[in-house]
Design a protein around this ligand. Structure first.
Ligand SMILES: NC(=O)c1ccc[n+]([C@@H]2O[C@H](COP(=O)([O-])OP(=O)(O)OC[C@H]3O[C@@H](n4cnc5c(N)ncnc54)[C@H](O)[C@@H]3O)[C@@H](O)[C@H]2O)c1
Length: 357
């Protein structure tokens, strides 16, 4: 628990104008460059220090990227400006093992980020992290277990991230579920299941991530961080026979605006991206359980004879004539990170299907 405060402080003390060093927590370290107490850390620490022991707390290894902090082999990309919006930043993506989350993870890594794939499906998260690390030839991803509806689990996940790298620059609250159904028939259990993941899960994650971001900002008062929740076009316009989902997503916009007003004091921006349907993702395209095959079987689309007919019917409702994907969502996330003069906003990414008024 003590490292939960000290490691983010070290990330904040090593802030370079965009981000701090990666900070790996250890029980202790032989021959550290700096030994100090909790009270003297801020005064004694100088940028470029690579190892610190804080008496009574533990040891910390620092570096430009994870491999640099661990063993001095930095292969961090050197880019600045627009190409470096998340370069060497620590990002967490909940529900990152598949679907939109996986697309966001892949796009953030392509932009130079170090990403924690936080998912209930921890095997899937670890498998994806392993694949991405192998592709990159350096440490760019970790898989970590979380159930966003369980406060203990969220706290444990945040602690694991902080112990591994020292802080969180961008938290993407993407894990979400959908259970459609008429208001006349939906069970309370199903309604609560959707609300727990999409609405309460976002609250629990923000509750435990925000103090880490506050600790990172404290040393300079200049360290901007971001919380972005992936809501939906159904956060902007109601959804027929889908009230539990739309209600949870509308509600998350209320949380975004309220959290944004509070956390601006710590330079933490809070925004939401509202994507259109991800037709090529598992929710719609899974051959056995996907919505396309379900709608075909229930005759929801009159005249449709194949899954392709159903898909074309839905694509035709989007002015840009295609579904949304993780790369589309990531562009909006990158905008909200780069933009230092906006917070509390809901950014549509719908191919023109839903327009703000
Ligand atoms: N698919 C779409 O068409 C669409 C459209 C707009 C918005 N969204 C939103 O995008 C987000 C991702 O949706 P998707 O379609 O990619 O979902 P998905 O079902 O393909 O993937 C969701 C991921 O979240 C994980 N997850 C579920 N519950 C969790 C929990 N309690 N704790 C931790 N992880 C959990 C799952 O294991 C899975 O890996 C959701 O918030 C969803 O509401 C989806």
């Amino acid at each position: 628990m003590k490292t939960l405060g000290i490691a983010p402080q070290l990330r904040g003390l090593s802030f370079d104008g965009e981000k701090g060093d990666i900070v790996i927590s250890r029980k202790t370290i032989d021959q550290p460059e700096l030994t100090c107490t909790v009270d003297t850390l801020a005064e004694k620490f100088t940028k470029g220090t690579r190892s610190v022991v804080v008496e009574g707390v533990g040891g910390f290894l620092l570096g430009e990227d994870y491999d640099d902090a661990l063993n001095g082999t930095s292969n961090a990309r050197k880019v600045t400006g627009r190409a470096g919006v998340v370069n060497n930043k620590v990002c967490v993506v909940t529900g990152g093992a598949q679907g939109f989350g996986e697309g966001i993870v892949r796009s953030l890594i392509a932009e130079g980020a170090l990403v924690f794939i936080a998912d209930m499906n921890v095997d899937g998260a670890k498998r994806l992290a392993g694949e991405l690390n192998e592709q990159a030839g350096r440490t760019v991803a970790f898989g970590v277990a979380v159930n966003v509806t369980d406060e203990e689990s969220v706290l444990k996940m945040v602690g694991e991230v902080v112990d591994t790298v020292g802080g969180i620059d961008l938290f993407v609250s993407n894990a979400g579920v959908l259970k459609a159904g008429s208001v006349k028939e939906m069970s309370l259990k199903d309604f609560e299941f959707v609300t727990d993941v999409n609405y309460i899960g976002f609250f629990l994650c923000t509750k435990h991530v925000a103090p880490v971001m506050e600790a990172m900002n404290k040393p300079t008062g200049n360290y901007f961080t971001d919380i972005v929740t992936v809501s939906s076009k159904s956060a902007l316009e109601g959804s027929n026979k889908n009230g539990a989902y739309a209600g949870s997503k509308f509600g998350s916009v209320g949380l975004v605006q309220s959290f944004a007003k509070e956390l601006v004091a710590d330079n933490t921006k809070v925004n939401t991206v509202c994507p259109g349907n991800f037709f090529d993702g598992p929710l719609w395209s899974d051959p056995d359980r996907g919505l396309f095959v379900q709608y075909l079987n229930t005759g929801k689309v009159p005249g449709a004879k194949t899954v392709e007919d159903v898909k074309r019917f839905y694509e035709a409702q989007v002015p840009m004539n295609r579904g949304c994907d993780g790369a589309d969502v990531t562009k909006a996330i990158l905008y909200s990170v780069e933009q230092k003069y906006e917070t509390g906003q809901a950014i549509p990414v719908t191919g023109g299907q839903v327009m703000l008024n």
